[in-house]
Design a protein around this ligand. Sequence first.
Ligand SMILES: *[C@@H]1O[C@H](CO)[C@@H](O)[C@H](O)[C@H]1NC(C)=O
Ligand SMILES: *[C@@H]1O[C@H](CO)[C@@H](O)[C@H](O)[C@H]1NC(C)=O
Ligand SMILES: *[C@@H]1O[C@H](CO)[C@@H](O)[C@H](O)[C@H]1NC(C)=O
Ligand SMILES: *[C@@H]1O[C@H](CO)[C@@H](O)[C@H](O)[C@H]1NC(C)=O
Ligand SMILES: *[C@@H]1O[C@H](CO)[C@@H](O)[C@H](O)[C@H]1NC(C)=O
Ligand SMILES: *[C@@H]1O[C@H](CO)[C@@H](O)[C@H](O)[C@H]1NC(C)=O
Ligand SMILES: *[C@@H]1O[C@H](CO)[C@@H](O)[C@H](O)[C@H]1NC(C)=O
Ligand SMILES: *[C@@H]1O[C@H](CO)[C@@H](O)[C@H](O)[C@H]1NC(C)=O
Ligand SMILES: *[C@@H]1O[C@H](CO)[C@@H](O)[C@H](O)[C@H]1NC(C)=O
Ligand SMILES: *[C@@H]1O[C@H](CO)[C@@H](O)[C@H](O)[C@H]1NC(C)=O
Length: 481
Amino acid sequence: MSLFLLLLLLSLLPISLSQPKGTLIDCGATLKSQIDGREWLPDSGFLSGGGTPKNLTIPVLFPILSTVRSFPNHPGRKYCYTVKVYRSAKYMVRTTYFYGGINGRASPPVFDQIVDGTFWSVVNTTEDYANGMSSYYEGVFLAQGKTMSVCIGANTYTDSDPFISALEFVILHDSLYNSTDFKSNGLRLIARHSFGYNGPIIRYPDDQFDRFWEPFGDANRNDSSNANASVSGLWNLPPSKVFETELTTNRFQKIELKWPPWPVQDANYYIALYFADSRERGFNIIINDVPYYKDLNVTEAGLVVYATEWPLGGTTNITLTPSSGSALGPSINAGEAFQVLTLGGRTLTRDVIALERYSWTGITCSGVRVVSLNLTSMGISGSLSPSIANMTALSNIWLGHNSLSGPIPDLSSLKMLETLHLEDNHFTGDIPSSLGNIGSLRELFLQNNNLTGQVPNSLTGKSGLNLRISPGNSFSAPPPS
Ligand SMILES: *[C@@H]1O[C@H](CO)[C@@H](O)[C@H](O)[C@H]1NC(C)=O
Ligand SMILES: *[C@@H]1O[C@H](CO)[C@@H](O)[C@H](O)[C@H]1NC(C)=O
Ligand SMILES: *[C@@H]1O[C@H](CO)[C@@H](O)[C@H](O)[C@H]1NC(C)=O
Ligand SMILES: *[C@@H]1O[C@H](CO)[C@@H](O)[C@H](O)[C@H]1NC(C)=O
Ligand SMILES: *[C@@H]1O[C@H](CO)[C@@H](O)[C@H](O)[C@H]1NC(C)=O
Ligand SMILES: *[C@@H]1O[C@H](CO)[C@@H](O)[C@H](O)[C@H]1NC(C)=O
Ligand SMILES: *[C@@H]1O[C@H](CO)[C@@H](O)[C@H](O)[C@H]1NC(C)=O
Ligand SMILES: *[C@@H]1O[C@H](CO)[C@@H](O)[C@H](O)[C@H]1NC(C)=O
Ligand SMILES: *[C@@H]1O[C@H](CO)[C@@H](O)[C@H](O)[C@H]1NC(C)=O
Ligand SMILES: *[C@@H]1O[C@H](CO)[C@@H](O)[C@H](O)[C@H]1NC(C)=O
């Protein structure tokens, strides 16, 4: 029996391992669907802040494009999807947009997208849409809490309603792009190409994480005779299919590429260039006149040359020049370029400051005073700023199920406070006994943190208070009385 089970597991394992893992969301859909054996979920369970599901009336090539969720264009508002993730796992996050005329205009709206509180990019699908194509945006981000959020930020670039077609979260292997410090940076995809290749986008099942490798050919230099290259062990795990083709030249000629193929903004970029060839080739790599790698000797086993933070701006020229002793000209198989984003706006203070730009759907205002702060399960990390004590009109603070850390500040100036929910975070230190001085406080939820010390008598003895402090903290026993 156990042998049988073991065999069964072994035979199932390769299949389940090869499937990208994560969450696929078909925005605006009402039902689950299976596409290429992968499950897409309707978006209603992930959404905070509403929006309207809409069906496109024109035929589309991919089923997930046939529905969208559309949001009212209130500039400054953001509409968020919150997805359960594995804390500390690295995710490829991809958003897909295909307008399909849903709001009755010829051209699509332009708006912002925000990941875990960090500005990710402007979404402008105008040109793709004019060419009858959908647009996608991809990034690599670390799950710092139990949830991650992707928000659509409405603004004044255009006056029609923002929308989204699909949202994907795929777990990446630990070794991918691991020279980047994902605790403070994210990667925003600029270009990912298979060189000398002329076919449809290379993706799952060729790429085990369903990354998209677009064709980048050249009328004179495509070479598809590399089909025998067997590359393995590169940390970024590029699909072997990208090594079957390459751009190449004759002896003594150089290759000049305008790649990434579009101008980029002034910033630092993660660049990885991939090479594999059974023929001996040696060359130098120069990016915009700056030497990037000298005397590279390509091998059959494959190699990648990467830069973690390489400054670029405007157009980029990559030049491969044969080294003096090389019998053959240079070659290149694939490349990836990401803009390095600095994570920011993740702490609560910053989010409150960010109100000026994007109001959280979780904040209820009465006049100009904020009376309720409800950021439950918003993927917020950082510490709780003591300046929250200055928002004296607050009667409800709900910050449960986030990744907030550090001490609980003195909130005794919040005389109107009725409910305080800080459960399921990483708060440390003592419970401030001054909380017991807030007369109106009737709910205090602190379970599942890392709190220590003694539970203040001012709280345990407070009548009418619903106090939850366990499980998940390690308080010391009260002194014997
Ligand atoms: C979209 O189409 C689906 C399936 O045909 C249907 O169930 C749903 O009600 C439609 N939604 C809207 C907003 O028309
Ligand atoms: C969106 O892209 C189109 C085409 O590239 C451009 O003409 C337009 O100015 C862009 N809109 C905004 C608001 O950036
Ligand atoms: C990246 O992953 C590889 C393969 O697992 C490992 O050998 C290497 O030490 C990692 N590098 C960093 C900076 O973590
Ligand atoms: C090489 O690829 C480009 C674009 O992908 C294509 O236009 C061209 O015809 C190809 N050339 C050859 C010789 O296959
Ligand atoms: C690829 O491998 C096959 C079988 O091993 C061999 O016949 C063929 O010559 C090889 N092609 C190249 C370009 O090395
Ligand atoms: C790239 O090359 C083109 C011409 O080949 C040149 O006009 C341009 O200035 C170069 N760009 C950079 C950033 O070096
Ligand atoms: C590449 O090979 C040449 C000739 O064998 C050698 O001189 C050079 O040092 C090698 N380059 C590297 C980076 O190892
Ligand atoms: C806060 O938001 C959560 C989840 O959206 C909801 O269940 C809860 O009732 C809200 N609390 C208040 C005080 O509005
Ligand atoms: C509260 O606001 C006052 C006046 O703006 C400021 O001086 C003080 O530092 C603030 N307190 C906290 C804890 O931020
Ligand atoms: C609690 O603190 C301990 C020691 O500092 C740490 O190892 C642990 O990961 C923390 N737990 C949580 C849930 O933050």
